[in-house]
Design a protein around this ligand. Structure first.
Ligand SMILES: [Zn+2]
Ligand SMILES: [Zn+2]
Ligand SMILES: [Zn+2]
Length: 183
């Protein structure tokens, strides 16, 4: 019964369904970041509905922006999962922008302070939080897949590491098939 009520509430809010679909822009200053890693990172926070579009400038050169059509995810309490405004893949930092975005600290994603007042430490080597670059081997949480106990460079999910071990290439195809189902 509660579920029914919830549904009616949703229908009454104007275009609430459309608000779940967004265009998300991911900008890296380098072309060396594989699509698969950006896809994996984004998939933690939303459902990718279309593979990345890479707009070209007037000279026909790609300038590092990927454009995604996504559907927002809900957490177990029914709240919309917030997509962060930045993603770190090792030393490479990407900026994420989308409509309705709330200004957040680029390090810890807090809403009550700016980057210069952030109490969190960010490692410029692996992109992880909570340690400095000289302590990078002690990385606690992976910046790519959010698992504990390894960093970006040793992440078994990263494109580079999956490509290195041929047996796990199947996983890449499996992910792509799963993404295709949502189209
Ligand atoms: Zn912060
Ligand atoms: Zn580190
Ligand atoms: Zn990982």
């Amino acid at each position: 019964m509660d579920i029914l009520k919830e549904n009616w509430k949703d229908w009454n809010v104007e275009s609430s369904i459309d608000l779940d679909i967004k265009m998300v822009f991911v900008k890296f200053w380098t072309g060396r970041v594989p699509d698969a890693d950006v896809n994996l990172f984004l998939s933690r926070f939303c459902t990718i509905l279309q593979p990345a579009i890479k707009p070209l400038d007037k000279f026909g050169i790609w300038y590092g922006v990927r454009k995604y059509k996504i559907r927002t995810k809900k957490n177990s309490s029914g709240e919309t999962v917030q997509i962060p405004n930045t993603m770190a893949l090792g030393p490479y930092n990407g900026k994420i922008t989308y409509s309705g975005q709330i200004p957040r600290c680029y390090i810890c994603q807090g809403v009550d302070h700016q980057i210069k007042d952030c109490p969190e430490i960010k490692c410029w080597r692996c992109g992880g939080l909570g340690h400095k670059a000289k302590d990078s081997r002690f990385s606690s949480v992976c910046s790519l897949c959010a698992a504990e106990g390894h960093g970006f460079f040793t992440c078994p999910q990263s494109y580079a590491n999956r490509a290195r071990s041929g047996t796990q290439l199947l996983c890449i195809f499996k992910n792509e098939i799963e993404q295709n189902r949502f189209r």
